[in-house]
Write a new protein. Structure first.
Length: 763
């Protein structure tokens, strides 16, 4: 196998599938355990595949699907964190593995899965009685890993051994090796050097107060991985030489009463089968499909609880352990357990020692030699992990650079509760700042990201079929829907789309249904403009391409225009379409009504791109400053678009007697365009609750007149009351942007993604 591994391409060597489970506590604003029920906004914990609970109602568990890369897995975990943080009201997510301030009366609500989860409830009651609730609230990261099937098949080529047995033996060797060397992960990733006052009595080791609410022995790295953490009453050492031997030993532990269930074997690593997880019968029947690493503390310096670089090291570590020789030292399990305990409780001591095959060795020496070997392995096979080693070596050479040491120092200065709450708030603010994004998909239009995030929140599976075309498939159980660009769905027929694309047809159909539209004509050439000019020469007018979207190619003349101005606007619009529409300009303000099904989901007033003077900066400088707003970007990947100073802006400023170098007075608002599209830098203001229902009904009627299910209706309204029913519809849009309603520049954010999902999956 060694020779074969050496001959494999880099792509195959580092291939695999990855998933992460992350546990964390919900806390109140003062840092106490939140004893409220699992929030309804996060869906049903018994059926949601991504967001559930663990031991307690207060303990959220995030579960990613499997991905072929660590980066995609980490991105999904961050998205789940953001969704969770933003849907628990005033509560926050505790960033540490060791618990927050726990109730003095010991009241810790067990996770309630209802009638369908009676077995799970009984198991939790058993854990409560045997280990106590406080220990069960310890949270961590579980890292799931499996080798790529192609890699395993390639390694198996030429072997007389059955593939199933060959595969099991690879995973069993990995497990044995990881157990031997797990102390290194405790050292590098350990981040529980102290406990809160309310937990101190759970630890058998003598502790002292480093601060009022910070207890430690001063040299601990990971209390979670020590005997005062999440461990069995006594160490249990199953036989990992064969799968059947392992299963027999676990059954023996259960028969003796050491544990009641395979899940109660608190090993730092578990054997798993895809069909039944940790079920022994299914594990023996199906074989090992993946392993689960369980001794990773939450990193409270990271929003996700684990750094991407640490995940990459774990991947390399697993490859190294699998494809290097293991020792034959007979008492290796007890040695591995003792090494873990020493690092966990004494890892910050400069004189800390471990044992290697029965011989004492300095922790620093052992760690350095092991990391050197992993580095050499990476170099030999050119695996591409070189960039992670400097930080790892720094932690080994300088214990004060470890997560645990940094954390102990900070908490000693600031306090266990105060610092943790500040981190929780910091991570919440980051989640809020990214509320319109789905991590790992920033290349997609924001409307598509909004819909995907809503689907993930509900526990739906999303397949990105064509990223460049924004084409996705959403699964809700056995049902699925294809969606393009967030609003192109199976609910709209093709002819409706064609009707809305053609502004002449749109106006015809709307007028036929008694809906007011502007007067206008089609212009194919300059002669058409000349013939129609007498009819429109003294009126406010609009010239626009017949079949474009996003406000491209439009000129608006509210006070009328000269023939020369109209001709110039016609020639410009002609560059976007062979046919140009000349229409009367309707008075009032323009509002975008978003119709989904038979209701208006949101209404926006779009203010044309503008800047406000400060008496010092030029218009060009004011635009540059406004464009620095993180909500502004390019290509519909942020709620607002950046403002560009182009020929249209320059012409519009010229008509006001200004140039981009003009300096507006303090408070002077300068508009840069006539059209109010967000796509050209406009501001979006939510008016959904201010517009009378009569106009909402008109918008729905307009959409239904062309058979549209999802539609953007652009309506001009001179008044915002139902005492003057005066309006005009200037356009219908078949692919309306939803992010502008979900995240307006001003006003209430609307759950548009949820409304589209309701439409797609309604009974």
């Amino acid at each position: 196998m060694q020779k074969q591994f050496n001959q494999l391409p880099h792509r195959l060597l580092t291939s695999g599938t990855f998933a992460i489970e992350r546990e964390m506590l919900r806390v109140t604003s003062d840092g106490a355990l939140a004893v409220t029920k699992h929030p309804e906004a996060l869906g049903h914990k018994a059926t949601h595949p991504y967001i559930t609970t663990d031991f307690s109602e207060s303990q959220v568990e995030l579960v990613t699907p499997t991905f072929p890369t660590i980066e995609a897995t980490h991105d999904f975990l961050e998205t789940l964190y953001d969704i969770t943080a933003l849907n628990i009201g005033d509560e926050r997510l505790w960033p540490q593995s060791m618990p927050c301030a726990l109730p003095e009366d010991g009241t810790i609500p067990l996770a309630d899965f209802g009638v369908s989860g009676l077995e799970a409830s009984r198991y939790r009651q058993h854990l409560l009685q045997k280990y106590g609730a406080k220990k069960q609230l310890i949270s961590g990261i579980h890292f799931n890993f499996s080798f790529d099937d192609e890699l395993l098949s390639t390694l198996h080529e030429g072997s007389p051994e059955q593939f199933r047995h060959f595969k099991d033996q690879i995973y069993l060797k990995l497990v044995r090796q990881y157990l031997r060397m797990r102390w290194l992960i405790v050292y590098l990733l350990g981040a529980t050097p102290a406990v809160h006052t309310s937990y101190e009595e759970e630890c058998v080791n003598h502790m002292q107060a480093l601060r009022e609410d910070v207890f430690s022995n001063k040299i601990a790295l990971s209390y979670r991985n020590s005997d005062c953490g999440y461990t069995n009453v006594a160490p249990l050492y199953p036989n990992y030489m064969t799968l059947s031997a392992y299963a027999d030993d676990v059954r023996r532990f259960i028969a003796k009463g050491d544990i009641t269930h395979p899940n109660e074997l608190y090993s730092p690593i578990r054997l798993k089968t895809s069909r039944g997880g940790n079920d022994l019968d299914k594990l023996e029947a199906d074989g090992i499909d993946y392993i689960e690493i369980r001794n990773i503390d939450l990193n409270p310096f990271e929003k996700t609880g684990i750094a991407r670089s640490d995940l990459r090291f774990l991947h390399l570590f697993l490859l190294y352990l699998t494809f290097t020789e293991e020792t034959t030292y007979p008492d290796w399990q007890a040695e591995a357990y003792n090494n873990q305990q020493r690092v966990a409780k004494e890892g910050m001591s400069p004189t800390s020692t471990l044992t290697r095959n029965g011989d004492d060795v300095q922790l620093h020496t052992y760690a350095t030699e092991l990391l050197d070997a992993i580095d050499a392995f990476d170099t030999h096979y050119d695996l591409g992990f070189k960039d992670i080693f400097p930080a790892l070596r720094e932690k080994i050479d300088h214990v004060n650079m470890t997560y645990a040491s940094r954390l102990k120092m900070i908490m000693t200065e600031t306090g266990y509760n105060a610092w943790s709450l500040a981190q929780a708030e910091h991570f919440y603010e980051d989640a809020y700042a990214n509320r319109f994004r789905i991590h790992g998909y920033s290349d997609l239009e924001l409307s598509t990201q909004v819909l995907m995030k809503s689907a993930i929140k509900r526990g739906y599976r999303v397949d990105v079929i064509d990223r460049s075309d924004q084409f996705i498939r959403i699964h809700n159980g056995k049902r699925y829907e294809y969606v393009k660009q967030a609003t192109k769905t199976s609910k709209d027929n093709y002819v409706s789309v064609l009707m809305m694309e053609n502004k002449t047809v749109t106006k015809y159909v709307l007028a036929e249904h008694g809906i007011r539209v502007p007067e206008g004509v089609e212009l194919h050439n300059e002669s058409d403009l000349s013939q129609a000019w007498n009819q429109f020469s003294k009126k406010p007018i609009v010239l626009k391409p017949k079949s474009t979207n996003f406000g491209v190619g439009i000129h608006i003349f509210k006070d009328g225009a000269t023939y020369e101005e109209a001709l110039s606007a016609f020639q410009y619009a002609k560059t976007f379409d062979d046919v140009v529409l000349l229409e009367t300009f309707l008075p009032g303000k323009e509002y975008r009504f978003l119709v989904i099904g038979d209701e208006v989901a949101g209404i926006l007033h779009r203010v044309p791109a503008n800047v406000t003077g400060d008496g010092v900066s030029t218009i060009h400088q004011l635009v540059s400053t406004k464009n620095k707003d993180p909500l502004r970007g390019k290509g519909y990947k942020t709620p607002l678009e950046k403002i560009e100073i182009d020929d249209i802006v320059i012409s519009f400023l010229y008509a006001q007697g200004k140039t981009p170098d003009s300096i507006p007075a303090v408070g002077e608002r300068v508009f840069l365009r006539e059209n109010s599209n967000i796509s050209t830098g406009g501001d979006s203001i939510d008016y959904t609750d201010q517009i009378p229902d009569v106009y909402k009904r008109i918008a729905v009627d307009a959409a239904q007149s062309v058979g549209a299910t999802i539609c953007g209706v652009d309506m001009m309204l001179p008044f915002l009351d139902d005492g003057h029913i005066e309006y005009g519809i200037i356009e219908l849009n078949f692919n309306p942007a939803i992010h502008i309603h979900a995240f307006p520049y001003e006003g209430k954010e609307r759950p548009i993604g949820d409304l589209i999902l309701n439409l797609l999956f309604r009974n």
